[in-house]
Design a protein around this ligand. Structure first.
Ligand code: ARG
Length: 475
């Protein structure tokens, strides 16, 4: 199974729009592996669009003397990039703003994009620099989120597959010219409502011969089939792109890019909104950068942690990062992926209620009981779980038996929220059991050992589940 998730666009800052794809995709990848599938995660970088032409154009305006712009230059290009990541992040919005106001500038950027796609050496060299600088930064960001990819493939990797694919679609009679553009008809009966007419024709090449997002996605399918021959390709992308994927899937199937039994699935997620119900923004109303969001959460966690007890600043900072990640991820994953949800820092960072910090708190509570037991000379390996002594223990034991079915079902339905709901129940069951049962002061040794084994099992179930969600209780 290939999971296509993350999908950041190179040289544009990583913003919250890409957060959900990373969090949900990572979790599904982990759950898939846990239930026994061979899963490959591919970040599928957006590296081939207008943003590259915009950056090149802006650079040319600022530093026309750079050797990349000298058409008569034939030597080696410098190894060092002519910009840093912060410059790059400033250049893109600047160029994008200009292109909206200045038609000539926009045309220049389109031309630069075109030249890049045709392999102009100076632009290719710049593109390489942009890639290296951005990818280093992206990896650092994903690292902080505990998200990692097996493949760092890019949209441009699919380009070599386009000509052959297009030729074949023409030869087989699937592709034809309509008003100058090359298209494949993907209309199906009765779908006027579901798929509006513009989506009933899948465009492969524009009248000027340029390829599109659709073309790249189709060629990427060709590449994936060739390199990995997967049983399924799953895309974790914003649900506003659903029509695009319906089109791509229909076209891929109709033209035989995939085998009849290769599954193509789309998991479209909803928008992350602010408390005002509108897409999440910074206080100033700008696009929220992922780094800023993580920093805000960690600061909030830090305040909550030092509020109640005296801890060293350094320790509290580390703890805040661990708990902060659980707040962000659980806050996202506990909602059904397809739905929009409200990102509520106060609620997500609370140690009470259906939150990541509450789950971590429960795990830490179990650990501290086990530690005390060991310190008092207890043997953590001794004993077995006996029949329950009260209803709350019975409830906890019943909850724990649900583990296997929950994880399998979460994968079947691509629904990490089911694991969240499950561990919330387990945590509640554990905490009731803890309040109603004397554990360490139990005098019957066999009974006490039984409680300890049950605690260990509860801890193992909770820890396994949060790992499947992509966070942990330790740094
Ligand atoms: N880069 C795209 C975006 O930001 C997402 C890519 C999703 N994956 C794909 N194969 N189209 O919208």
């Amino acid at each position: 199974i290939i999971i296509d998730y993350g999908g950041p666009n190179v040289a544009k800052p990583l913003h919250v729009g890409h957060l959900r794809s990373a969090i949900i995709g990572e979790s599904i990848k982990r759950i898939g592996r846990f239930v026994g599938h061979k899963v490959i995660g591919d970040v599928h970088l957006g590296d081939w669009g207008l943003q590259m032409g915009l950056i090149i154009t802006e650079l040319k305006h600022r530093k026309p003397e750079l050797v990349y712009f000298d058409d008569s230059y034939t030597g080696e290009y410098p190894e060092e990039a002519p910009f840093t990541i912060s410059e790059l992040e400033e250049i893109y919005p600047c160029a994008s703003g200009k292109s909206k106001e200045d038609e000539a500038y926009r045309n220049e950027a389109l031309e630069a994009t075109h030249l890049l796609q045709q392999g102009k050496p100076g632009y290719m060299a710049l593109w390489n620099h942009i890639m290296n600088v951005s990818v280093t930064d992206l990896k650092r960001n994903y690292d902080k989120l505990n998200v990692s990819f097996d493949l760092w493939k890019k949209e441009s990797d699919a380009q070599p597959y386009i000509p052959g694919m297009v030729e074949e679609m023409k030869e087989k009679g699937f592709a034809y010219v309509d008003q100058g553009a090359l298209v494949v008809d993907v209309k199906e009966e009765n779908d006027t409502k579901e798929i509006p007419p513009p989506f009933q024709e899948c465009m492969l090449l524009k009248s000027d011969g340029a390829s599109l997002y659709t073309t790249t996605d189709l060629a990427t399918i060709v590449e994936r089939m060739k390199l990995f021959n997967p049983d399924e390709i799953l895309y974790v992308v914003d649900k506003r792109q659903e029509l695009h994927f319906i089109q791509v899937f229909r076209c891929a199937r109709k033209t035989g890019l995939v085998k009849d039994d290769t599954k193509l699935s789309f998991l479209g997620f909803g928008t992350m909104n602010g408390k005002d119900g509108k897409p999440f923004k910074t206080r100033e109303g700008g696009v929220m950068r992922l780094e800023t969001l993580i920093k805000d959460i960690n600061e909030e966690m830090f305040t909550k942690i030092v509020e109640n007890r005296s801890v060293k600043d350094k320790d509290a900072k580390e703890t805040a990062e661990i708990v902060g990640l659980s707040a962000i991820k659980y806050g996202d994953l506990s909602n059904q992926a397809t739905k929009d949800y409200i990102f509520d820092i106060d609620r997500f960072t609370s140690f009470e209620g259906n939150t990541g910090p509450y789950i971590l708190y429960t795990i830490v509570r179990i650990k501290s009981i086990l530690n005390r037991f060991a310190e008092e000379g207890g043997n953590l390996e001794a004993g077995t779980i006996l029949d329950p002594v009260n209803d709350s223990q019975k409830n906890l034991m019943l909850q724990l038996t649900g583990f296997g079915a929950t994880v399998e079902n979460a994968f079947e339905e691509k629904a990490p929220h089911k694991i969240c709901a499950y561990i919330y129940e387990v945590s509640n069951a554990f905490n009731s059991f803890y309040h109603e049962t004397k554990i360490l002061s139990e005098e019957n040794e066999a009974q006490k050992a039984s409680f300890i084994q049950l605690l260990k099992l509860t801890k193992k179930v909770l820890e396994t589940c949060i790992d499947l969600l992509g966070f942990s209780a330790t740094g």
